[in-house]
Design a protein around this ligand. Structure first.
Ligand code: TNX
Length: 526
């Protein structure tokens, strides 16, 4: 009797698992539609990879090498075919992957789509040691913007680490790397016209003002931009202004707008022609390096360090002459002028959500919503016609801790556990009702004041990045937290193989929190 009951239970479970949505493949992120079928395709050394030429041919060559490196079953003689077909009119970045015992077909109407078909097949092959279950996958992203931001001003991590993150992002189908390259402690991008920016401005980091200069040369930047492009990742450079400009103002005091105490030199001078010329020249070099249609200009937290705007006679006169009302009006004037400057150079400006109040043109600018405690700023941006990228501090700032026992990193009436990351944007999306088309997507942002080395960087990024990727790519109706957690161990295995130190949400105490030097210590130690 017991025997029969157990058999029934097994059959019921098998049926449940075969329902769409429940039968899950070990894929990050979960695809839109999966239909499982009988049998397997075996990856092996005799495998033939072919294509309909052009980009598909190039990708076939790459896939062939990647599969060979897996050292699969020697006897396999299967075929893999990649087809780029614009007339098939598959969604942008979307693809179809069909696995049958003898043949695998990857099909897309865009290069990015074909690339993602390849990433999906590779993940399947790796997760199953080359024995891929037959299936048909039809996939396309929920959001066009699937981003990760890295702050390399506060601490610098370097080319190899960035490339490793680009590899992982590509595998997770993330497509924007937002690079925060300028801020208070250090300037990290070579600008030929202003050599002091890196010769001296790259010296120091958040916890050690004397740390040796670390920055990217223009050759490094070109190399990383190309590396990212091969993986269908756009690099969005950020040059923060008029606040968070300390590293530049330190070296070029003629463009500094003052600031007090620990915010000395925090802002650019908001009305000198020399400032706009300086910024324009830097933009020209940035634009020559980054093909992205967007440039991020910050625009956040100006009030931290604009004390001298209130007393400087030249600034006060300017406010009167231009009828700007007050210092906030001047801040908005500055942002509008930068917006026009970038538009004249053919670029769309992206700024933190403060720019909504500046009244910049929604045709020429995009808003990054970051102040989770100011939900109305998101609504205001949408109502005013802006496109918005969502990266609210809670739950999408990676410098917030992910576990209640962690002590290094931020909290704000709570913290950012992987579950909250996964449940975004469903937790707030009602605010965007009627404006869904204006939401470009979302981004995980890693600020690095309290992240001084690669070990801590990885610990803060992983495994939450996998949850972000799924939140950005996977349709809400296909997201299920318990299923995500069931497959997460596969992702952790991949991280192990890469030698990445991550937080293990299944046994939180097995992965102690790496420490980070504090500024106070440095000051105390002289
Ligand atoms: C706020 S986000 C900032 C950053 C800090 C971050 C730390 C934003 C636009 N400004 O300068 O690094 O908080 O969480």
């Amino acid at each position: 009797m017991i025997h029969i009951e157990r058999r029934i239970a097994l059959v019921v479970m098998a049926c449940l698992l075969s329902l769409p949505g429940l039968s899950q493949l070990p894929l990050f992120p979960t695809p839109a539609e999966v239909r499982m079928a009988q049998g397997h395709f075996t990856v092996g050394r005799e495998l033939q990879v072919s294509s309909n030429g052009g980009y598909a041919g190039k990708l076939a060559g790459i896939l062939s090498e990647e599969l060979k490196a897996m050292d699969g079953d020697a006897s396999s003689s299967g075929q893999v075919y990649l087809e780029l077909d614009e007339r098939a009119a598959l969604p942008d970045e979307g693809y179809v992957l069909e696995v049958t015992p003898a043949k695998v077909v990857l099909k897309a109407s865009s290069e990015a789509g074909l690339f993602y078909a390849k990433e999906t097949f590779l993940q399947l092959a790796e997760a199953t040691d080359g024995k891929v279950r037959c299936c048909r996958i039809e996939d396309a992203p929920r959001y066009a913007w699937r981003g990760f931001m890295l702050d390399e001003s506060r601490h610098f991590f370097g080319k190899e680490k960035v490339k490793q993150y680009l590899d992982i992002m590509a595998s997770l189908k993330m497509n924007v790397f937002h690079w925060h390259l300028t801020d208070e402690p250090g300037w990290r991008i070579e600008i030929k016209k202003y050599p002091k920016l890196t010769a001296e401005g790259a010296v120091g980091n958040w916890h050690d003002p004397k740390a040796p200069a670390q920055f990217y040369t223009q050759d490094d930047i070109r190399e990383i931009v190309a590396y990212a492009a091969e993986r269908h990742i756009m690099i969005l450079p950020e040059f923060d202004m008029p606040g968070h400009a300390t590293a530049a103002c330190r070296l070029y005091p003629e463009v500094s707008g003052g600031g007090e105490g620990k915010w000395e030199g925090f802002t650019f001078h908001p009305c000198k022609e020399e400032t706009f010329e300086f910024i324009s020249n830097i933009f020209d070099e940035i634009i020559s390096l980054f093909p992205s249609p967007y440039i991020h200009v910050g625009g956040d937290e100006v009030h931290f360090g604009n004390q001298s705007w209130y007393t400087d006679p030249e600034i006060q006169q300017f406010i009167k002459d231009k009828n700007l009302g007050n210092e906030v009006g001047l801040e908005h004037y500055f942002i509008r002028r930068i917006n026009d400057m970038l538009a004249a150079k053919g670029k769309i400006m992206i700024g933190w959500d403060e720019i909504v109040d500046a009244g910049v043109s929604p045709d020429k600018s995009v808003v990054m919503w970051w102040r989770h405690d100011k939900k109305y700023q998101l609504v205001k941006a949408l109502e005013n016609g802006y496109k918005v990228i969502m990266t609210p501090r809670r739950p999408l700032y990676a410098d917030f801790v992910q576990y209640g026992q962690h002590r290094v990193g931020r909290t704000w009436g709570g913290y950012n556990p992987i579950e909250d990351v996964y449940r975004f944007p469903e937790s707030i999306i009602h605010l965007a009702q009627g404006y869904e088309e204006q939401i470009m997507g979302l981004q995980f942002s890693l600020w690095t004041e309290r992240v001084a080395d690669a070990k801590r960087l990885d610990f803060m990024a992983f495994p939450r990045l996998a949850a972000v990727a799924e939140s950005a790519w996977t349709l809400a109706k296909r997201k299920e937290y318990s299923l995500f957690m069931q497959k997460l161990p596969k992702f952790l295995e991949t991280l192990d193989e890469l030698g990445i130190y991550y937080f293990n949400p299944f046994c939180p105490d097995s992965t102690p929190e790496p420490d980070a030097p504090d500024k106070e210590d440095v000051l105390k130690n002289g």
